[in-house]
Design a protein around this ligand. Structure first.
Ligand code: OOG
Ligand code: MG
Length: 262
């Protein structure tokens, strides 16, 4: 690791304060160009510890930057992983207050819920499908704390991969009831389709994102616990939303899920 524990704690406090006070910041690698991957995940961990100390509950995990559309949009090359806590949860059809967010965007995602734990290394899509209880549509609302969403991979990892809000809904189905590669995904804003894709946009198969997460955690001696909900990553590029927008995600054979912004 290149950063001292004190610097890691300060950067975590800085990024979390930006989230809570709804203000942006230049990416942290500007001032800390030597920051390494372990530092980045350590900053993310300190943000989680700060939330847990205030009574937050972990409700799941997320993979991000798992599709070429997202990697191209953000100018990066590798997936990243983050945590989901109860303060991010929005119920189906609810209204998200944009005054609590800096510059939100929405992403169409496939959410996995596990019946068994998954542990890497060596986790593959077969193991993921065997451990999956059901899959369902999810909309992730991302809100990078970095000015104009301009970041590099380490900065975005430290910022808990821009996590801000998410909703899951529609119809939960068993993973053997759907071909997750060919399943069609339509994201609508105010009744107009604004982003379209198929599941294979996510690393060839959305379950590959879950396997990658298990392998990432395995390297750190951790696993994905049974019962976890995991967002597998945006199928398409993210779409800007503003107060007054209504967003609906339709996933073939899995119904739809909606959010409003006020
Ligand atoms: C990083 C988070 C990306 C996804 O699904 O690709 C993400 C960002 O683009 O701000 O959640
Ligand atoms: Mg996402």
């Amino acid at each position: 690791m290149a950063l001292s524990p004190q610097t890691i704690a300060e950067l975590a406090e800085h990024l979390e304060t930006c989230q809570l006070e709804v203000r942006d910041t230049p990416k942290i690698t500007n001032d800390h160009p030597d920051m390494d991957w372990d530092d980045a995940y350590a900053i993310q961990d300190v943000i989680l510890q700060r939330k847990l100390a205030r009574g937050a509950r972990v409700v799941g995990l997320k993979a991000g930057l798992t599709s070429h559309a997202k990697m191209k949009q953000m100018g990066v090359t590798d997936p990243v992983f983050g945590f989901l806590v109860d303060e991010y949860v929005v119920s189906e059809g609810a209204t998200v207050n944009t005054a609590e967010l800096i510059h939100p965007k929405v992403e169409p995602e496939i959410a996995f819920v596990l019946k068994h734990a998954l542990k890497g290394p060596g986790c593959h899509i077969g193991a993921v499908l065997a451990a999956t209880d059901f899959v369902m549509p999810g909309i992730e609302v991302i809100d990078s704390r970095y000015r104009d969403f301009k970041f590099d991979l380490k900065s975005v990892v430290a910022d808990n991969t821009s996590a801000a809000r998410f909703v899951v809904g529609g119809q939960a189905i068993r993973p053997d009831q759907v071909d997750l590669r060919t399943v069609g995904v339509v994201l609508e804003k105010n009744g107009q389709p604004v982003a379209l894709g198929a599941g294979a946009a996510v690393l060839g198969h959305p379950a590959a994102a879950i396997a990658m997460l298990a392998n990432h955690l395995g390297r750190r001696g951790q696993e994905i616990p049974a019962g976890s909900l995991i967002l597998s990553g945006g199928v398409t590029e993210a779409v800007v939303v503003n107060a007054g927008d209504n967003v609906t995600l339709r996933v073939q054979g899995m119904g739809s899920v909606s959010l409003c912004f006020a």
